[in-house]
Design a protein around this ligand. Structure first.
Ligand code: ADP
Length: 245
């Protein structure tokens, strides 16, 4: 049986009468890696904003693991296990890669005790595993400021995972990356998708093709179509929206 991690029903978000999301329906099974695409202004960011509680819906509801998130504040939703990565990396530049991961994994503990006290062996093992997963073992003791843009993106994804979320929301993780860095981030997301549910918003179609099994296309605040990359790319409605034909 496939358990639903996210069910969104008739979601509408109005800004001064303008519907950024319009009766949107969406559902996703636990363990899925879902990519959301759509032209600028389609509502992708607003979609993530509603899931994380940053924006409240005008109508409709969001169920996360069967629980209605309505009127729940952002910090409470985060504690339920929804982690979000924004487009620009938010890492602590003056801390080392390892310290960034330590801090992220101990968000609810005191910062100083995290940095200056010895961590437990379980915490050390977790961080070692994460360093390997994000491919930054050799740079564990370097300040994050010295990382490339792609490495910072991978570090931030690692920081998100350190918080043990059940659902990862990842916003345009490869914008501005080289081809090699893009592929590294793609491989990381594919590796993480083995034991995480992930939603990625992305514009880079090569990248979408690399990682996507299931793609959802948003347009004018609603789901235009869903399917494999081949299915959506050949869908006349998608061609019309993207190419105006
Ligand atoms: P996308 O991420 O797909 O580019 P957005 O979710 O950012 O789309 O925006 C969807 C639409 O809603 C856009 O037309 C945008 O201008 C509008 N919008 C988003 N946020 C606000 C806001 N806070 N106030 C007014 N309009 C907004």
């Amino acid at each position: 049986m496939n358990e639903k991690i996210l069910e969104i029903e008739n979601l509408t978000v109005s800004f001064d009468g303008f519907k950024a999301l319009n009766q949107l329906n969406f559902s996703m099974n636990a363990g899925e890696l879902r990519v959301i695409i759509g032209p600028n202004g389609a509502g992708k960011t607003t979609f993530l904003d509603v899931i994380t509680g940053k924006v409240q819906p005008t109508e409709g509801r969001v169920l996360f693991e069967g629980r209605n998130l309505q009127r729940m504040p952002e910090h409470k939703i985060a504690r339920l296990g929804i982690g979000r990565k924004f487009q620009t990396p938010r890492v602590f530049l003056n801390l080392t890669v390892r310290e960034n991961l330590d801090l992220a994994g101990n968000r609810n503990k005191n910062v100083f005790s995290t940095l200056f006290n010895r961590s437990s062996s379980t915490e050390n093992r977790n961080v070692a595993g994460l360093l390997e997963t994000i491919g930054l073992e050799a740079k564990a003791n370097l300040k994050a400021a010295l990382l490339s843009h792609g490495e910072k993106q991978r570090l931030e994804i690692g920081m998100l995972v350190a918080q043990s979320p059940n659902l990862l929301l990842v916003d345009e993780p490869v914008a501005g990356l080289t081809d090699e860095e893009t592929e590294n981030v793609g491989n990381l997301l594919l590796a993480l998708s083995k034991d995480h549910s992930i939603i990625v918003i992305e514009h880079d179609m090569e990248f979408v093709r690399q990682i996507a099994r299931q793609v959802t296309v948003l347009h004018q605040g609603s789901v235009l179509c869903e399917g494999s990359m081949d299915e959506v790319q050949n869908d006349p409605r998608v061609i019309e929206v993207y190419l105006g034909r």
